[in-house]
Design a binder for this molecule. Structure first.
Ligand code: FES
Length: 244
């Protein structure tokens, strides 16, 4: 099969270009296998990210025939015998070849404080903060995100405004707001109630279509909108405000 691969090598010049490679076809091969074949056998200069090879680490996301996909979970047989176009994730600055700059994403991730925030920490001797299976179930789906950023590459709002906090980050904020051990939603709300945050999402839903882990960030964002609206109304009517 023919692989048409996006190349950008800043030391060679400012313009990206495509290289074509012929790779052997086997039904069980994934796009990442084909890229590894290119790297090992044809052209060692090709740069791309991967690690686990099993859909867990989230580092191998690329545009495959113009759609954001995990290349370790996308089989060549889906496209055989047509050529396959492989490009870096849409909407991110390209560092080199298929490698994108994740700095903006990492900064947004940190901004929503994706960890458990407590007003008063219990001493270690008092043991874990226990949860019922029902309490875990409330946020479990939204905790399955592997930060692969496919949802960003699919999101037209992010495509238009690279400052948009984006699907994965907003879904993660919702995940912690739903956690019965957490008390940090007012802090997180400050981070997401910005012009480029929660309310910028127009619910197109492509993020959920491409998510390889069925996190459904579009649903998380809409639920967070409902929770924050309910809270705002309760805080007007009741002295103690609402709950996430
Ligand atoms: Fe880890 Fe693909 S290599 S998700």
């Amino acid at each position: 099969m023919v692989l048409k691969v996006f190349r950008y090598r800043p030391e060679r010049g400012p313009e990206p270009y495509f290289d074509e490679y012929e790779v052997p076809y086997r039904g069980e091969m994934v796009i990442l296998d084909a890229l590894n074949y290119v790297k090992d056998e044809l052209d060692g200069s090709l740069s791309y990210r991967w690690s686990c090879r099993m859909g867990v680490c989230g580092s191998c996301g690329m545009m495959v025939n113009y759609k954001p996909r995990l290349t370790c979970s996308t089989f060549l047989r889906e496209f055989y015998p047509e050529p396959v176009v492989v490009e870096p994730l849409e909407g991110f600055p390209v560092v080199r070849d298929l490698v994108v700059d994740m700095t903006g994403f990492m900064e947004k991730l940190q901004a929503v404080k994706p960890w458990i925030i407590r007003r008063h920490e219990s001493p270690v001797e008092s043991g874990e903060y226990l949860q019922t299976p029902e309490e875990v179930e409330r946020y479990k789906q939204f905790s399955m995100c592997i930060n692969c950023m496919l949802c960003y590459a699919a999101c037209p709002v992010f495509g238009r405004d690279p400052d948009f906090l984006g699907p994965a980050v907003l879904a993660l904020a919702h995940r912690y707001n739903l956690d019965s051990r957490d008390e940090g939603w007012p802090e997180r709300h400050q981070a997401i109630a910005v012009d480029w945050g929660l309310w910028d999402c127009t619910f197109i839903g492509e993020c959920s279509v491409v998510c390889p882990k069925d996190v459904d960030p579009a649903a998380a964002i809409q639920r967070e909108k409902v929770a924050r609206t309910t809270d705002a109304m309760l805080s007007m009517m009741l002295p103690f405000g609402g709950q996430p």
